[in-house]
Design a protein around this ligand. Sequence first.
Ligand SMILES: [Mn+2]
Length: 327
Amino acid sequence: MNDSGPARAKASLMNAGVIGLFGHERPDGDCIGSLVAVAVWLDHVGRKVHVFVPDGIPERYLFLSDHLPCRVNPHPLPALDVACALDAASPERLGDYAAAFRAAPLSMVIDHHPGNTVQADVSCIDCAVSSTAELVFEMIGPDGVMAAPPGVAAGIYTGIVTDTGRFSFGNSTPAALRIVAGLVENGVRPDRMTDLLYRSRRPEEMLIEAGLLSSLRLYDGGRILVMSVDRTFLKHYPDVKLEDLAARTLEVRDVLIGVMLLEIAPGQVKISLRGRDGTDVGAVARRLGGGGHLPASGARLSGTIEEVEAAVLKEIRQVLKPGEGIL
Ligand SMILES: [Mn+2]
């Protein structure tokens, strides 16, 4: 049974006994938002639900998980009748909970990643939607969302606004915007959500961003932009999350590929790549032993910032033709 659609997914959850919802490693706003929305809705309609997130809830999404009707990552593992993975593109992304997901009598996956490899009895996968949260909205339905406690609408809003880059990416479709309009009509406040999601940064993160921006350098006629911070700077701020800062590399005119280099441990450099206008940075990352999507990817290499930068530039130049766009 594959690609069963939101209606089948809804029926499977409504008829279930104990349900486990599974998020992915290094969870993003779509993952946590979708988990919270489905968990709050299921609790509202009288189902027993558990939530599993391999790395726990990131600090910035605690305002959402406060809506949850259950504790996250219960121990010992409760027996489940249904396991449902949300926003996870592969079983590996379920981390330590992959075995618990597999062990359930009925498995489900709700996701929007192309090439999803999660094997499940019920698959609700649509690569045309903006986010997993959009599929969650389709599954619960507008009336169901409005009848449920506010955590459902807040979760769906968070998933759509984060996965569309605050409505700035190509996946900001009319359908996604209509869903958001409906959520706002029914009480979600964009100003309040913006405060919670984007105006709650720690000062340490701003200082690292300042360090990255002041390191900016351009190559190949301004088509490649690199920014970096080294260990001596990063070690002062050990637990700051920096993934979102890579997108800033594309704010400069005519840059096709942006590179962010973070020396996360002595001699260990984390590479984040961003591509504009269909530039395939996933191909660059794979040449470096990493992975990711066409517009956003990453890898890790050993070496100094200078050595890793030289290696990254070499691979970028293999896919970026001189004087023109993308291979
Ligand atoms: Mn997503």
